[in-house]
Write a protein that binds this ligand. Structure first.
Ligand code: RP5
Length: 177
């Protein structure tokens, strides 16, 4: 299989992707769709892929080795259980890796969190919160990184925050529908 071609063919946004959103299993999509939705909202070109550290280790290596040359600037990796995907990606590329611990059934995501966050010194993974909050914040963090060199994106981020603030202030009474 030509991995580079298959990666390029299944790109989810027509522009060249700047953010790679990868996950260990299709079952992680329920969580990681929130990352994709936030990137879409901020108009950040991205791609989504299933890349498993354990079931498709060769694909993981190829993805990590080719990502920077394909124009990817940040990788967001979501995984659950023995969640080795973010750490192994970080071992194979210098791109920033944002890890999202997926909430597992057996241990509620504590296994995912600890296996992503406890990286040895020298190979960093920026670890987000377990589940949906982490998935959304990973997209916002990736956007913040890219916005350092993208004034339009910086403006979109500022607008998102302003809207979020306005929504909270518009309903100060918690029982109000
Ligand atoms: C991990 O194992 C995946 O990231 C997923 O969270 C977990 C369970 O995978 P499935 O058995 O649902 O495919 O590799």
């Amino acid at each position: 299989m030509n991995v580079a071609a298959s990666i390029a063919d299944s790109t989810t946004v027509s522009r060249s992707p700047l953010v790679g959103v990868v996950m260990g299993s299709r079952s992680d999509w329920e969580t990681m769709q929130h990352t994709a939705e936030m990137l879409q909202r901020l108009n950040v070109a991205h791609e989504t892929r299933v890349v498993s550290a354990h079931r498709t280790p060769d694909l993981l290596f190829q993805y990590a080795e080719q990502a920077a040359a394909r124009g990817i600037r940040v990788i967001i990796a979501g995984a659950g259980g023995a969640a080795h995907l973010p750490g192994m990606l970080a071992a194979k590329t210098q791109l920033p890796i944002l890890g999202v611990p997926v909430q597992s059934h057996a241990l509620n995501g504590m296994d995912s969190l600890l296996s992503i966050v406890q990286m040895p010194a020298g190979i960093p993974v920026a670890t987000l919160a377990i589940g949906k909050a982490g998935a959304i914040n990973a997209a916002l963090l990736a956007a913040s990184i890219l916005a350092l060199n993208d004034a339009t994106l910086a403006k979109a981020l500022a607008q998102f925050r302003a809207e979020q603030t306005a929504q909270v202030l518009a309903k100060p009474e918690p029982s109000q529908p």
